[in-house]
Ligand binder design. Structure first.
Ligand SMILES: [Zn+2]
Length: 323
């Protein structure tokens, strides 16, 4: 369990570093402009919403204590901005951070966490076994094509290993920074990336700072394909510095049911399925084969399992309303 936690966090660090590398290619002029206090300029000029381009407004702040290795030697004041249209919330403090600080924040957070594996400063792991079962159920019923699958930003391939061992299913996995070279998993290299019928993406959407990093995931999904997402999506992001999901200082982006609905439409997805057990959404492109039958197939699976294992909706399944 301990190793598993570390591994997964390392995955996230890799994702963030990947994001960072691409994020700051053209932002040398911003280097060293970070500050621990909100400037007058930052209060007035806010970036438009990453999702819908609408106006964002200052929402709330949280003070993060420093930790060994942090680039911020004193308390870091983080400002969160909320879109007035879709409710998506982004840390503009992270978005304005220099490349060096962002990289150091992620790597130091990783090392700090690794030395304190019992720390409660990270959220729970993705439910790998339940994700694998959900994939098997949907595959067996013809809703997804598991034979052409990529787990993007998969780290050491924890979910792929479960799929392989317990379900005898092999999928391709990709991670820019970490690979388990001792495993027999199928790692894909950058130059080999293509379009896939199914792209799996766990615990990455909450780490992004720029729209292009979300688009990079969708770009891998075929025109009639499926995107499986594991992240937190809520009805309303609470203006609460103690909210569990902003506890890790490396969580920067918080999605809402409305922002996901908008994102789906922009990307050409028409319907979705959610599994509470797998804590994962499956988004289906409008040209997905059998998409008109999904609702009935899902009902049949739920009758078979005698539980509401999957939730189907034309649009985004707004399952979580209680935040
Ligand atoms: Zn928005």
């Amino acid at each position: 369990m301990r190793n598993s936690k570390i591994t997964n966090f390392y995955t996230k660090v890799a994702v963030i570093m990947n994001t960072n590398t691409r994020t700051h290619e053209h932002t040398n002029t911003r280097t060293h402009e970070h500050t621990n206090t909100r400037t007058h300029e930052q209060q007035i000029i806010s970036q438009p919403c990453l999702i819908c381009s609408s106006k964002t407004n200052y929402y709330f702040s949280k003070n993060y204590a420093t930790y060994p290795g942090s680039p911020f030697k004193e308390i870091l004041n983080v400002d969160y901005y909320k879109c007035e249209e879709c409710g998506f919330v982004l840390s503009q403090t992270h978005a304005k951070m220099s490349e060096n600080d962002w990289t150091q924040l992620n790597t130091s957070w990783h090392h700090h966490f690794e030395k304190n594996p019992e720390s409660n400063t990270t959220h729970n792991q993705p439910p790998y076994a339940d994700q694998a079962l959900a994939l098997k159920l949907l595959s067996k019923n013809g809703i997804i094509n598991i034979n052409d699958t990529l787990d993007y930003a998969a780290g050491y391939g924890s979910m792929a290993k479960v799929l392989k061992k317990y379900f005898n299913i092999n999928i391709s996995i990709y991670d820019k920074y970490v690979q388990d070279i001792e495993s027999d998993l199928t790692y894909v290299q950058d130059r080999e990336l293509k379009k896939y019928k199914l792209v799996v993406n766990s615990a990455m959407f909450e780490h992004v700072l720029e729209r292009k990093h979300l688009d990079a995931v969708n770009d891998l999904v075929d025109s009639d394909g499926t995107l499986m997402l594991h992240t937190v999506v809520c009805e309303k992001v609470p203006a609460d510095p103690n909210w569990f999901y902003i506890t890790p200082i490396v969580h920067t982006a918080f999605h809402t049911n409305k922002s996901m609905e908008i994102l789906m439409k922009q990307w050409g997805y028409a319907a979705s399925i959610y599994s509470p057990q797998a804590k994962s959404w499956f988004l289906f492109k409008k040209d997905s084969p059998l998409i008109n039958d999904f609702e009935h197939i899902v009902e049949a699976i739920n009758r078979e399992l005698q539980t509401k294992y999957f939730h189907y909706k034309n649009g985004f399944v707004d399952y979580w309303k209680g935040f």
